[in-house]
Design a protein around this ligand. Structure first.
Ligand SMILES: Cc1cc2nc3c(=O)[nH]c(=O)nc-3n(C[C@H](O)[C@H](O)[C@H](O)COP(=O)(O)OP(=O)(O)OC[C@H]3O[C@@H](n4cnc5c(N)ncnc54)[C@H](O)[C@@H]3O)c2cc1C
Length: 286
């Protein structure tokens, strides 16, 4: 098949492709990071994903769920997807074992502006499961470490045992990435920060706010206060990006389930510039 028609066929947004679970790592109770590999090598060849995009994972008989890509292992060509058991689809997925197959279509949406952030301080901020799409930005930034003046990761969770990706922290720090963590409730073993994520932003040293870029994903209330703190640090609203979540269905802007003001989270997002959505964030229940 000519390369172009192969690409058209394999990247059709409606086409569901089988992927095999290569590994499944329990991160924290109820949250698993899967390593997924396309069964069809042609699809694997045609697939290309950017940090911050998402896939629709399909469990036959149950349905589909939008799940952010939390990483891509270039060497083994394996996708990382971190999933919290929330309802029918994710519960069915959690019952699968290594070697089992499920369906996947994607990738979808607009990811993080990694290129636009080059040359300045990159501030990556995660709350709870919001760490999943932020992790893909961390990977991409570390891969091109020299292109960013400074990289800071600020992450929070309810308690120390709820922090995701703990086994990666030393590796990130070794790549000269600043890592600051906070928890809502400390345990006797915890000697880090206690408090909400925006407090980490307040304490962050940003030498040149004009070239700093902030990328945030977490619960909406956390993102709201985090943005407030970033603005107080003199970061321009045009350099603040949020990854948004809404119930979605088609993932390509047809069904309207994920409409957020004039934007569809699935195709215009999930990553959106703060100033473009600020007025809609204020509307309760939108
Ligand atoms: C762009 C995007 C990226 C996402 N990335 C991830 C990810 O990396 N990991 C992950 O675990 N989940 C992620 N989600 C959330 C995930 O898609 C939902 O939890 C999904 O509905 C679970 O499917 P389910 O059938 O198991 O649960 P459902 O039966 O669909 O839902 C269970 C409960 O969650 C509510 N719900 C469903 N979708 C959402 C949503 N988007 N926001 C808030 N509440 C919702 C439902 O109303 C219901 O109460 C993402 C969602 C979006 C839109």
């Amino acid at each position: 098949m000519p390369a172009e028609s192969l690409r058209e066929k394999t990247v059709s947004p409606w086409q569901i492709h089988p992927v095999r679970i290569v590994a499944a790592k329990a991160e924290v109770p109820g949250v698993i990071t899967y390593r997924l590999k396309f069964v069809d090598q042609n699809v694997e060849d045609a697939y290309s994903v950017s940090p911050g995009q998402f896939n629709m994972l399909y469990m036959p008989g149950y349905g589909e769920s939008a799940i952010s890509v939390s990483g891509y292992d270039e060497q083994n060509r394996e996708l990382l997807q971190t999933v919290r058991v929330a309802g029918n689809v994710t519960r069915a997925l959690s019952r699968l074992n290594v070697g089992d197959e499920l369906g996947l279509r994607g990738p979808f949406g607009q990811g993080w502006p990694m290129k636009a952030a080059q040359g300045g301080h990159l501030v990556l901020i995660a709350g709870g499961l919001g760490f999943a799409p932020i992790r893909s930005a961390i990977e991409a930034a570390i891969c091109h470490r020299g292109r960013y003046e400074k990289i800071s990761i600020l992450a929070g969770a309810r308690s120390p045992d709820q922090l995701l990706y703990r086994e990666q922290y030393e590796q990130w720090k070794a790549a000269q990435v600043e890592l600051r963590l906070t928890v809502d409730r400390a345990t006797p073993q915890w000697n880090g920060n206690v408090g909400v994520v925006p407090l980490l932003v307040d304490r962050l040293k940003i030498s040149n706010p004009a070239t700093a870029t902030v990328m945030v994903c977490g619960p909406e209330v956390m993102m709201w206060y985090t943005v407030k703190s970033a603005i107080e640090q003199n970061i321009s609203v045009e350099r603040i990006w949020l990854s948004m979540e809404r119930n979605m269905n088609c993932a390509i802007g047809h069904c309207g389930h994920c409409q957020f003001g004039p934007a569809f989270i699935c195709k215009d997002g999930p990553v959106l510039r703060y100033d473009r959505i600020a007025s809609y964030l204020k509307i309760k229940g939108l």
